[in-house]
Structures are given as C-alpha cells and as structure tokens.
Design a protein around this ligand. Structure first.
Ligand SMILES: *[C@@H]1O[C@H](CO)[C@@H](O)[C@H](O)[C@H]1NC(C)=O
Ligand SMILES: *[C@@H]1O[C@H](CO)[C@@H](O)[C@H](O)[C@H]1NC(C)=O
Ligand SMILES: *[C@@H]1O[C@H](CO)[C@@H](O)[C@H](O)[C@H]1NC(C)=O
Length: 373
C-alpha cells in the first residue's frame, strides 16, 4: 500500500501545468536561453530515479510512447512526453532540460536548462514524507542556487546574469502534493489537520511560496510561469477510493484546490507589482484540466475517469502503473495515463494552450509571448 500511494503522490494534475515550459536554447529565434523547471511529478523527468524513494516512475510501461527513449521508462510519470517536453519541442529546442541529479547535468548541458522537479514534492517541507524521499521546493531552489554559480563560471557573471534574467523561463508546477500527500492524508497529517484549518494551511502555503519565488528573483529569475493546482478531486485515484460516479468529483479536494488557487492569483498580482522587472504568468491548470475532463469527447477522448494504466476499483485508480498493470487499448483516448497523471495526449492539449492560448488559461501573456518579452 505504501508503494501504491507513493506513486500517487505524484502529482497528477498539477503538473500539468506548465512546468515545463520551455526547455531549450534556441539561438536562432530570438536567443532563447534556458528552461528551469521546478515542481512535482507532473513534470519530473527523472530526478527521483536518483533518490531512495517510493515515488518512482522508471518502470515499464511508463514511457511506452516516449520517442526519445525508444519507449523505455525514464522516470516520467506518463506514457510519453510531459508538458515541459512538449513545450520545448514546439519551441524547437535541441535538448530536454537535464535532471539536476543526473550525472550529465554538468558543464554546458545546463545551458539548455535544468529540471529540479521531484515526484512527491511540495511547497511545504513536510509534504511527501510518505515517500521517504523527495525534493521539496526549498531544496529545489537551493539546487538552483548551485546552478546559478555554475553559470557565472561558464559565462562570466555579466553574461550569466543576462542569460538568466532575459533569456530564460522559470516554471513552477507545485501545490497538489501539499493537499494529496500532506493535508488530506489521514495518517501523517492528522495533527496538522486538527490544529490547522484549511485557511491556516493555505496561508502557510502562500507565505512559503512568496518567500520561495522571491528567492528565485534574488537569484536573477525574471520570467516566471506558475501553475495552479488542478482538479485533484477528479483524478482516478480519488474517484476510486471515494467510489464516485463517472461524472462526480471529490468536493473537499477540489474546494481546497480552488481556495488555494484564488490566493495564488492574488500572490502573483502582488509580486508583479512588487518585484521590478519580473513577469509572473499564471497558468490556470485547474480550469484547463476540468474542461478536458468535462468535455472529453470534444477533444477526441473516450475516457476521462479511468486510468489507462493501473489497477483496482472501477477506475483502475488504486495501484500505480507498473509491469503487472492492465493497460487500455487506446492510450491516446484516455485523459489519464495512471491514477494520478495525465496521458501524453492530454499533455499535448494542455501544452499547446499554455504556449499559444488566450488569457482564460494563461495570463497576462502566453508562453510564446513570455519567451519573446
Ligand atoms: C542526460 O541523461 C539522461 C538519463 O540518462 C538522458 O535521458 C538524457 O537524454 C541526457 N541528456 C543530455 C542532454 O545528455
Ligand atoms: C525546509 O528544508 C530546507 C532544506 O533543508 C531548509 O533550508 C528550510 O529551512 C526548511 N524550511 C522549513 C520551514 O523547515
Ligand atoms: C545562495 O547561496 C549562498 C551561499 O553560497 C547564500 O549566501 C545565499 O543566501 C543563497 N541565496 C538564496 C536566494 O538562497
């Protein structure tokens, strides 16, 4: 059960968000520099492979449709590319951002960007404890601080500063695990839940995040895209354990996400006013994923409740995707790949909205525009 849950942690929807935005360095078109990716399993590209943790995706059939690996698992919690990968490809970048903990995240490889993401991680340090190991956002930013120094060595301090502040995008996809694998977890967080109201807990999250984003700003980050928390009450895991009908979602989980998302929007407005030269883009992952789930047929999906790869219950939502899981036939017909994470087909739709879409889902500018600022 622990192993099962761990997966879950992952992050599901959140991820969706944008994290990934941009991966690469595209000197031909306006000199895009690097993509620095922070967050949770929605955008993990393999850091957890290097941690002793229960939250891992480096087992088949994960990655079965991922061309870059020839269908082998890489640590991505989906059948193909993450939103970050897809955004990078669309921008024509040559390499995916390297995972910080991977041995090849050294030397010039970091000029295309670095991925600090960890499945199971959250805004709060305690989030994801049930996985034993994961990197929370504080630590992800400590790691970026190391990378920042490497940039000074590689490029010299004035060129490095320009590269980081004007030619790079920082994406942060985080928050879902703070609910799924912290506040809503009956065993580990019961203390916090007894002593803290949702308001108090969300206050803590926002105050931490303000501090975390300000630290990135102090390290010369200027172009940010921050994803809100997706409809975590609608993932196959939640629908299965709560024995819901197809068209129902878990109210309490979605309410917490919505409440946090409102505060996040205010925080980004505040930071846009307060930190000179910075642009904080808000990615409305919640509404985007909810639209995919509600109107799935319009987007060519046949299933929006059931995991393609998983086992247990009505929606295959209990046991994470692995070698013994049952797998659906049409992997591109399912919104969800596993009990927690979207399929590559869903990631594609999400990524394109974030790249090219209007202010309903990405504001004040989309990622293409952010890149060209
Ligand atoms: C870095 O290593 C990972 C894991 O082996 C691999 O998937 C990736 O393609 C490598 N990236 C670069 C830029 O060498
Ligand atoms: C969270 O962990 C980081 C890294 O270990 C540490 O620097 C930070 O002070 C911790 N934050 C809290 C609130 O405990
Ligand atoms: C980055 O690391 C240095 C120590 O090397 C430390 O003094 C500084 O406060 C750190 N900056 C941030 C924003 O964490």
């Amino acid at each position: 059960m622990a192993a099962v849950k761990s997966w879950s942690l992952a992050l599901v929807l959140l991820c969706i968000s944008l994290s990934h935005l941009v991966n690469a360095a595209d000197d031909s078109s306006g000199g895009f520099g690097a993509s620095f990716i922070f967050g949770d399993s929605l955008v993990d590209a393999g850091n957890n492979n290097y941690l002793p943790t229960f939250s891992r995706a480096n087992i088949p059939p994960n990655g079965i449709d991922f061309k870059a690996s020839g269908g082998m698992p890489t640590g991505r919690y989906t059948n193909g590319g993450t939103i970050g990968d897809i955004v990078g490809e669309d921008l024509g970048v040559p390499n995916y951002a390297v995972s910080y903990l991977a041995p090849n995240s050294t030397g010039k490889a970091i000029l295309y960007g670095v991925n600090y993401v960890s499945g199971g991680g959250g805004i709060m340090n305690a989030t994801g404890r049930i996985f034993v190991n994961r990197l929370g956002l504080d630590i992800q930013i400590d790691f970026f601080n190391n990378t920042r120094k490497q940039f000074d060595k590689l490029l010299g301090s004035s060129k490095a500063k320009d590269y980081i502040s004007r030619r790079s995008i920082f994406s942060v996809t985080i928050g879902a695990n703070d609910f799924l694998n912290n506040y809503l977890l009956p065993v580990l967080s019961i203390g916090a839940r007894i002593s803290e109201s949702p308001d108090g807990f969300i206050d803590d999250m926002i105050n931490h995040l303000r501090n975390q984003l300000t630290r990135l700003y102090q390290l010369d980050a200027r172009k940010f895209v921050i994803g809100n928390v997706g409809p975590i009450g609608c993932i196959p895991y939640q629908k299965t354990i709560n024995q819901l009908d197809e068209n129902e979602c878990v109210d309490m989980a979605n309410k917490l996400a919505t409440q946090y998302n409102g505060r996040l929007k205010d925080l980004l407005t505040e930071l846009n006013g307060k930190l000179p030269g910075a642009t904080f883009v808000h990615a409305n992952v919640y509404d985007l994923v909810m639209e995919l789930i509600t109107n799935y047929q319009k987007y060519g999906f046949t299933a929006a409740s059931k995991a393609c790869c998983g086992n247990g219950g009505q929606y295959a939502g209990i046991i994470p995707c692995g070698p013994t899981s049952t797998m659906c036939n049409g992997r591109d017909k399912h919104v969800f790949w596993d009990p927690y994470h979207p399929s590559e087909a869903a990631n594609l739709i999400i990524a394109r909205q974030l790249l090219y879409g209007g202010t309903k889902y990405i504001s004040p500018v989309n990622l293409k525009q952010l890149r060209n600022l």
